[in-house]
Design a binder for this molecule. Structure first.
Ligand code: 5GP
Ligand code: ZN
Length: 138
């Protein structure tokens, strides 16, 4: 299903401009218009799914394959210090475009992007209790 006014659906239909990198039946890759670092690209599902909670399994598989293809190319083209794959779901995760997408984000030691965290050991019983809650929901 395509949503008429969704910007990423419009890019997928070639109705809105984008620097497209590659596309296939289920996925599409293009440059982010507000790059957080040089080479920042996006990979979207061609179908209109909002996020990880409703994207179809075939679209998700295609997106992941394209993410790897684009990550290899970005890595070869920009030789970054590292590369983060980021995917946000919902307002608490600051998802700003409500069409499923993954960020392919080249990183440098100096970029200061606020997405890294320090490793602090958790409390074992709290981790186990969290695992119990998730297993019950699987
Ligand atoms: P989110 O915040 O949802 O994880 O990421 C959405 C991304 O889409 C942002 O990085 C933003 O710069 C990018 N974006 C928003 N609108 C457009 C657009 O019209 N064209 C392109 N190429 N990127 C967009
Ligand atoms: Zn859409």
């Amino acid at each position: 299903m395509n949503v008429p006014h969704c910007i990423f659906c419009r890019i997928a239909r070639h109705e809105a401009p984008a620097y497209i990198l590659c596309e296939d039946a289920h996925s599409l890759a293009f440059m982010d218009i507000n790059p957080a670092s040089p080479g920042h690209a996006l990979v979207i599902a061609r179908e209109h799914a909002v996020n990880i909670f409703d994207v179809s399994a075939p679209a998700l598989a295609a997106v992941m394959a394209t993410v790897q293809r684009v990550a290899l190319a970005v890595n070869a083209a920009f030789l970054p210090d590292g590369l983060s794959i980021i995917q946000s779901n919902g307002p608490g995760a600051a998802q700003s475009v409500l069409h499923f997408h993954m960020h392919v984000l080249p990183r440098s030691f100096e970029d200061g992007l606020p997405i890294n965290w320090l490793l602090r050991p958790g409390e074992r019983r709290a981790i186990e209790a969290a695992a119990d809650r998730i297993r019950a929901a699987l």
